[in-house]
Design a protein around this ligand. Sequence first.
Ligand code: CO
Length: 473
Amino acid sequence: MNPLKIQDNTFRDGHQSIYATRMRTEDMIPIAEEMDSCGFHAMEVWGGATFDTMHRFLAEDPWMRPKILKKYITKTPFAMLIRGQNLVGYRHYADDVVRAFVDKACEIGIDIFRCFDALNDFRNMESCAERIKANGKQFQGAFCYSLTDVCMGGEIYNLEYFVKKAKELEQMGADAICIKDMSGILSPFDAYDLVSAIKKEIKVPLHLHSHYTSGMASMTYLKAIEAGIDVVDTCLAPFALRTSMPAIEPIVAALRGTERETGIDLHKLLELGEHLEKIAPKYSSHLATHKLSIIDNGVLAHQVPGGMISNLTGQLKEMNALDKLGEIYMEVAETRKDMGSPPLVTPVSQIIGAQAVLNVLFGRYVRVSNQLKDLVLGLYGKTPMPIDAELTKKILKNYKRGQEPVSGRPADYLEPEIEAAKKKIGDLARNDEDVLAYILYPTTMEKFLRSKYGIDSPKSAGVENIPKKKVAA
Ligand code: CO
């Protein structure tokens, strides 16, 4: 027997993927103890979008969620997704911030840190990894799965590339390795080859994280299970499928009587699902309703992740240029190629998407965002392929941060940030958590802190609606 282990992502990626990350802590509490008794390998409860949305829209202090849930969930380890040097924000932070953030996250109850970098440049994970290990927690190294063709292969994202990435992570001291397929483009047979090849080369457990977006993920999981994957990520049915993860229930049922049987009680899952059916309707306004299909066939063709598509559509609406969407899809592919074909994941996906819009509206690289200039300058790390020298020159012309690309570890170019931030926020921040959150989200966190400490009413902090019930800490 080799039971498949399950990481439950209902409380993080599940509602992030289909309910715009709006699930409130008060709606997690009623099922928290029951979830704890299911026998999940881990429960993912925290990450970038959670941190952002909680203070921006839900009037909840982001640090509180793991602390509150830990009172109800005592056996199952807590996992979080952390964007390496980006932590839970959208830019690279200096090492002092990274160290303080990881220490704090350990203190509030995170046990497993799934750490990734948008460019698969693992130098951006070194500071995180060092602190995670120093705190005696689990460092799970993830690489982003990406493609430049319809399936695995070609000159960049081939089997050798991913095996090499897995080995690099193991050498960095990863306690487990994760294949992060954020766009749901890993096909079943590629998954079989990929998992088989990596399992041969590494000793630590291997995780698969995939999204249902293209409709392939359940099949992909099954082939990965055949190839010996140790852990897969799922959500309870009401928070699964669409652009979220595969649902757990069919997987548990499908594996009964096999050597990969999970040992998880299906009836318990059904009861939990029933409960979620009662609370999910209040979030259903966030479900995408523009079409009937719950899978995105387009992603099979153009590989642009769903989140990126909604960002692009929003941006175009604002600029009154929605009719350019088709052109922009093509330009995204071209811009990505120009930028060394990085994986399309936060924050690089936003940078490339925004630049593709500028390229279509104003001419190619006539207007260039500072973030794209930073990417070309090397401040996000090493791109999978080099960027053309002529294009580099054009983009960096007169750029105040530098005109010659750099090749060192990106964080080595950053000055410490904490002391300056403390001075800037002053008395409004009453503890380290406030200061760190302010560094991550200066504008919205300042508003949040003003309402948290009763200076302004919660309404002025821009929260969507005030929670009826206050959740005790
Ligand atoms: Co995900």
